[in-house]
Design a protein around this ligand. Structure first.
Ligand code: DAH
Length: 342
């Protein structure tokens, strides 16, 4: 025969000692599990004399209800006091986070901009989505100019009244930044404008439909070509080292007159000729020139009042030259093995 009073006492004592979810589960198994006490009592019914069966059956039912009620109460109080099986264990050692760093292109932009800041320039931003006026016309590139072909990029429908038409476009160079700056500020001014540009180019080892440029503009009274030469010579020495040799080659850009391209002596072979410089000892690094009077006219500056110098360089190209990288595509592939080298 079962002593239900005693069992009830035991149950109450044991539930009082339960302090966490694990102990609560052990308690449940002990009394309500398949081999628990309640089952054992039910199983014994068959062996009992007929008159005892209803008493013991009722006792077992009452016991089951009691255990269930006590467990529910306990689970509630455990939850309130925050003691849970999966509570945070502050003594477990932490999981180290992988620390990232700036992309090599961002580092290159920062490095170049810092050099120009040291020379008195201010870093400015300019929109990636441009009007036809800023990207072309104001830069002395009229509608029928052949250099538009290489620059005609991605057109986007717009409702912006400034667009003076249905379309804006993704800028094909950072030079439209010159127009924004000059329309907003009166000289003297000296700015560098870094950012993304877009071209209708098929992707290969040296071309990408999107890449980065840094534009430079200095406007004042009496700026001379010798200022341009002096400035860019100092810049190249600070970026590539004191021993670098430079040359200015005459060139054509619609928005500068005269215009030039700057080459540096090949940093790999020192100018002797190798595969990086195409065996001629020189590497082209940027375009530059004196701001064309038509550009000053387009931004509304008084005729003849100012002169200015401008230059533009490709960031990928600078990074490739500096670090001996041969394929532009690798910058955009997010391959950690490449990125963590810089
Ligand atoms: N915008 C030119 C290009 O993308 C680069 C350039 C050349 C910028 C000469 C200039 C410059 O400011 O004076 O090819």
């Amino acid at each position: 025969m079962w002593n239900f009073q005693e069992i009830e006492e035991q149950v109450k004592q044991e539930i009082a000692a339960v302090a966490d979810a694990k102990a609560l589960e052990a308690f449940r198994i002990k009394f309500l599990g398949k081999k628990g006490l309640v089952q054992e009592i039910y199983a014994s019914l068959g062996t009992l004399p007929k008159e005892e069966k209803p008493v013991v059956g009722k006792g077992a039912n009452d016991l089951r209800n009691l255990v269930t009620a006590l467990m529910k109460e306990k689970a509630g109080s455990l939850q309130k006091s925050g003691v849970k099986e999966d509570a945070i264990d502050v003594t477990i050692p932490g999981v180290a986070q992988l620390q990232g760093h700036k992309h090599i292109l961002t580092q290159t932009v920062d490095e170049i901009c810092k050099i120009f800041e040291g020379l008195g320039f201010v870093v400015h931003e300019s929109p990636e989505m441009e009007t036809e006026f800023h990207n072309f016309s104001a830069l002395n590139i009229p509608v029928d100019h052949p250099s538009r072909d290489a620059f005609d990029t991605f057109y986007l429908e717009t409702k912006d009244p400034d667009a003076k038409g249905r379309y804006k476009l993704l800028r094909s160079h950072t030079s439209p930044g010159q127009i924004h700056i000059m329309k907003e500020f009166e000289p003297p001014l000296a700015v560098v404008i870094p950012g993304k540009v877009y071209r209708p180019d098929a992707v290969d080892a040296s071309h990408s439909f999107m890449f980065h440029q840094i534009e430079g503009l200095l406007v004042d009274k009496d700026v001379k070509f010798s200022d341009l030469k002096g400035l860019l010579t100092e810049f190249c020495k600070r970026l590539f080292g004191k021993d670098i040799k430079m040359r200015f080659r005459p060139h054509f850009f619609p928005f500068t007159e005269p215009s030039a391209e700057v080459d540096i002596s090949c940093y790999i072979c020192g100018g002797k000729g190798c595969s990086v410089c195409g065996r001629n000892g020189w590497l082209e690094i940027l375009g530059c020139g004196m701001v064309h009077p038509h550009v000053f006219e387009a931004v509304g500056y008084k005729k003849g009042k100012y002169t200015g110098l401008a230059f533009g360089m490709g960031v990928e190209r600078m990074a490739m030259l500096k670090h001996g990288i041969h394929d532009i595509r690798i910058f955009y592939e997010n391959d950690i093995r490449f990125l963590k080298q810089f």
